[in-house]
Design a protein around this ligand. Structure first.
Ligand SMILES: Nc1ncnc2c1ncn2[C@@H]1O[C@H](COP(=O)(O)OP(=O)(O)OP(=O)(O)O)[C@@H](O)[C@H]1O
Ligand SMILES: Nc1ncnc2c1ncn2[C@@H]1O[C@H](COP(=O)(O)OP(=O)(O)OP(=O)(O)O)[C@@H](O)[C@H]1O
Ligand SMILES: [Mg+2]
Ligand SMILES: [Mg+2]
Lengths: 254, 254
């Protein structure tokens, strides 16, 4: 099973949009995907229309339930979800950076039955706190979305520095799946300039596919559907299918 | 002096863009503005072109320097800045939610000489952690920016709930300056629908002015200038001047 955390501490990078859209696109190709919502805001949980999340993922921190017990079905074929809830805020306040608390998630991942899912994708909150640290220590890959705007540029270096530090101390397997340019607005020169800057600074780390600005992606959560179901032929759906294809091409690399 | 925290835990709401643009617009009307960057990412600090921030605001938490000692000039007439730095990340990890740690900022605000500034505006990170709690307890008003997208809607109720709880327990003065619709894209029906939903749910709490999507706002930080200097006649500059005017009209209300 490939395990990917979607993270960038810059707010509004496209983390949740990427987690939900990519999961659905990968499932279309017949893979089985488990999404974990590690954001106390529960944006991905809301998007999948889960209303009665209970404590959700917080249960691995505040009681001793295992990850597999928290898995829910979704309306999207091939996609399961471990929901988030505001209980996560309480868990975060209680957890300190002591030894062991950052490995709670990676330990409970062993409760997942072997071979049941092909991909595990974790949506992270916009901060490198205890919750994100748990996600980054439990997975083997990090996907870094970034809005194609100047303000977001410094965030990529920060994430890469954090990944390197975690790799050196706590998770030697951790590698970067790629840097994903999001909300690329073909109408403005600014977006093009930023994507060019990303490619010249980070080379092959940047995905070939760019996710274009597409209002259908902003509308889809209002219907509780991923873009692949909400408007299957729009540019948003096509871009995320291309991303799924590019990521799946790397399956042998792990 | 009016003191306003710009906060929404939803990432990418337009907090930093509003803090920098509004401060510059208010200063154009002759008021003196002190900006405090409480976000460890230091997005506002970078935007103002401050390279040697030192520890910045973190010093009020990790040593006993007072706020007034940390004030810096900026290239914008009438605007001063207390910069942020990544030291804030260390401060956040060390601070616990014990009594007193959430009032550190409000205590040090008394070090500001009376009458030197007309407005204090605090840019908050996208989370209700110790740093944001300090900001919300130290100020008297909260301005809530929101991107005009469906995914952002639940964030407004959350902020209002947090404000009410802080008002009841720690800061009886705290009130909402207003809810600001940001990145309103006149080309899409979606944006219009979301703004309409905000107005029907929150009524007069929503500012009359809407900040339109304008790529010049995304470009301005690459030149280290607020929108009022970068492109004084663009819609971004005009919208934020209208916002400054609407906020200043409320000066007698405090
Ligand atoms: N390609 C796109 N086209 C149009 N809108 C988009 C696109 N990608 C994301 N958005 C919108 O941008 C905003 C930010 O996206 P999203 O919420 O997924 O980012 P995030 O990184 O998860 O934010 P947070 O930091 O709050 O977790 C949302 O309003 C979303 O609808
Ligand atoms: N009116 C606007 N028109 C176009 N782009 C905008 C506008 N307002 C903000 N932006 C862009 O949207 C993105 C998010 O804005 P900003 O960084 O100010 O939000 P934030 O709430 O401070 O984010 P964070 O949660 O990371 O602190 C930035 O890339 C910014 O350039
Ligand atoms: Mg998100
Ligand atoms: Mg910001």
């Amino acid at each position: 099973m490939r395990s990917i955390a979607v993270f960038n501490q810059k707010g509004g990078s496209g983390k949740t949009t990427t987690t939900v859209s990519l999961s659905a696109a990968i499932a279309e190709y017949g893979r089985r995907v488990l999404v974990v919502d590690m954001d106390p805001q529960g944006t991905a949980t809301n998007w999948f229309g889960i209303k009665d999340a209970g404590r959700g993922i917080a249960d691995i921190f505040i009681s001793v339930r295992s990850l597999v017990e928290l898995v829910r079905p979704t309306a999207v074929m091939g996609v399961n979800l471990v929901p988030a809830s505001t209980w996560l805020l309480g868990a975060e306040k209680v957890l300190s950076w002591e030894v062991g608390t950052v490995q709670i998630f990676s330990k409970t991942m062993t409760s997942l039955p072997h071979g049941q899912w092909d991909y595990l994708i974790v949506d992270c909150p916009p901060a490198l706190g205890i919750l994100t640290a748990n996600a980054l220590i439990g997975v083997e890959e990090v996907l870094i979305p970034i809005e194609a705007h100047h303000l977001a540029l410094p965030s990529v270096d920060r994430v890469i520095t954090s990944v390197e530090s975690l790799r050196n101390h706590l998770n030697p397997e951790l590698r970067i799946t790629g840097i994903l340019a999001c909300r690329v607005d073909s109408r403005t020169r600014h977006s093009k300039n930023i994507v060019q800057e990303l490619r010249s600074r980070f080379g092959d780390l940047v995905f070939k596919v760019e996710i274009r600005e597409n209002v259908r992606l902003a509308e889809a959560p209002s219907q509780g559907q991923p873009i692949t179901l909400y408007d299957s032929q729009c540019t948003g759906a096509r871009d995320y299918r291309d991303l799924a294809h590019e990521i799946m091409a790397g399956e042998g690399e792990g």
